[in-house]
Design a protein around this ligand. Structure first.
Ligand SMILES: NC(=O)c1ccc[n+]([C@@H]2O[C@H](COP(=O)([O-])OP(=O)(O)OC[C@H]3O[C@@H](n4cnc5c(N)ncnc54)[C@H](O)[C@@H]3O)[C@@H](O)[C@H]2O)c1
Length: 308
């Protein structure tokens, strides 16, 4: 199993580290445009191998895509992150050009690959990868909901004063502060609906804290977060590589599902060796449905800024 991670920055390196620690991939190639940067990150990570007990071979490349040839899975994290006060949508100008060039080069060298898009604005960048590469839709996956759901579970556990392992919940919709749809109607504590434990007011607070989860960290860190994003990507890569058939909310190209068409947005999917093996239809409350429609409008508006 060969995995390429484009972008050796905060998220790319964290993602490569988690993939290596989980020890399911034979090879990880990290590629960056900055001279020597990916090689340096790869060497540093390889020097963790004997300490952390993994056998994954990690190599770096400065923009040489021949090193990525025949990758089973490629992750795109290249591009600029948010600074405090910025929205993800504001990154489109620079990131669209980067994602277009990177996805074209990846597919040239790995025509059978599955691509996971991380760069923001992620739903629009995932749509752009579809338009640029023309790969079948089950082989292009946007990562946002897996991270937003982890943040939702963190906030739920905090409100419930419960261990996170007791909590389950999912965030669908667009990967933006306004677009996220945390599914409180489906969230549970050990299979009991969380509404049995929390007031509507407290649940609304959990929802709001989840939606600004990224912005809260960006304000604290001065740039966007990387540990949980890296861990979330590695979860998707592992589900595909190990054919786990796990359900994650991912940005997928919709063709009528959830009443939506011709956009990529977060919906629950089953991930296995083929990529997106099924989009799962979840019954939504009237408020969640309305929020999903509004979220889709926001994503389409950002897609409209693309020069296709
Ligand atoms: N989808 C999500 O949930 C999520 C979460 C966190 C961050 N992000 C996004 O991921 C992206 C990366 O964030 P980061 O914190 O790692 O940023 P970073 O600045 O630490 O790293 C980005 C890396 O991309 C490299 N790069 C730029 N252009 C390139 C090109 N053409 N080819 C190869 N490499 C190139 C840069 O040299 C840099 O090393 C940002 O767009 C950020 O908004 C998304």
């Amino acid at each position: 199993m060969k995995v390429t991670v484009v972008g050796a920055g905060a998220v790319g390196a964290s993602c490569a580290e988690y993939i290596a620690i989980k020890n399911f991939a034979s090879e990880v190639v990290i590629l960056d445009i900055k001279e020597g940067y990916a090689e340096g990150k790869a060497m540093d990570l390889m020097q963790c191998a004997s300490l952390n007990g993994f056998d994954t071979k990690i190599t770096g490349s400065t923009n040489d895509y021949s090193k990525t040839a025949n990758s089973d899975i490629c992750v795109i994290t290249s591009g600029i992150p948010r600074k405090p006060g910025m929205t993800r949508e504001e990154l489109i100008g620079i990131n669209a050009g980067i994602v277009k060039t990177v996805s074209t080069s990846l597919v040239e060298h790995s025509p059978n690959t599955i691509i996971i898009v991380v760069s923001n604005p992620m739903d629009t960048m995932t749509y752009l990868v579809h338009k640029t590469t023309g790969l079948p839709k089950h082989r292009i996956i946007g990562m946002g909901g897996a991270l937003d759901s982890a943040r939702f579970k963190y906030r739920l556990a905090e409100a419930l004063e419960a261990p996170i392992s007791d909590v389950d919940g999912m965030v669908i919709g667009g990967h933006s502060d306004k677009g996220m749809v945390p599914l409180t109607s489906h969230a549970t504590r050990n299979s009991i609906k969380v509404s049995e434990f929390l007031s509507e007011e407290r649940l609304n607070q959990v929802k709001e804290d989840t939606k600004v989860g990224g912005a809260t960290l960006t304000k604290l860190l001065g740039t966007s977060a990387w540990y949980a994003p890296g861990a979330a990507v590695s979860g998707l890569v592992q589900a595909i590589a190990c054919d786990q058939k796990k359900i994650f909310p991912c940005s997928a190209l919709l063709d009528g599902e959830y009443g939506l068409n011709d956009l990529c947005i977060g919906v629950p999917v089953i991930l296995g060796r083929k990529g997106i093996e099924k989009i799962v239809d979840v019954p939504l409350s009237a408020a969640e449905k309305a929020h999903m429609v509004e979220s889709a409008e926001g994503v389409k508006k950002t897609n409209g800024l693309l020069e296709l």
